[in-house]
Design a protein. Structure first.
Length: 113
């Protein structure tokens, strides 16, 4: 992705954010298999963080939304899986808005010195 002096520093000067709606939304898809022998177990998808405002689906079933890009989250997908077959996870990410309340190091030092 290209950098721009017009872009926000909080996005690393990449062309994402309120001024760049065409490049601020992305989709990720991953195909995976789950063994038939795992049926009956609780299966979770875990994310360390997705920047930002993510929505997650597994095999077309909506799992949920995490608005923060800095928070880990997980979903129990046990009921949505094709055991012994192919599965698809889809994640929609929207970085058009900036993360509220994010403090950069100098602000942190000024507050807590």
């Amino acid at each position: 992705m290209e950098f721009s002096g017009d872009a926000s520093h909080s996005h690393g000067y990449k062309k994402v954010g309120p001024g760049f709606p065409d490049t601020s939304v992305g989709w990720y898809r991953k195909t995976f298999s789950v063994s038939e022998s795992d049926k009956g177990k609780r299966i979770f998808l875990e994310f360390d963080g997705v920047f930002r405002d993510s929505k997650v689906w597994v095999n077309g079933f909506y799992c949920g939304n995490e608005p923060s890009g800095y928070t880990g989250f997980s979903y129990d997908v046990s009921e949505y899986l094709n055991y012994g077959g192919e599965n698809v996870v889809a994640v929609r990410v929207d970085a058009s808005m900036e993360e509220a309340g994010f403090m950069k190091e100098p602000e942190f030092i000024a507050m807590f010195g």
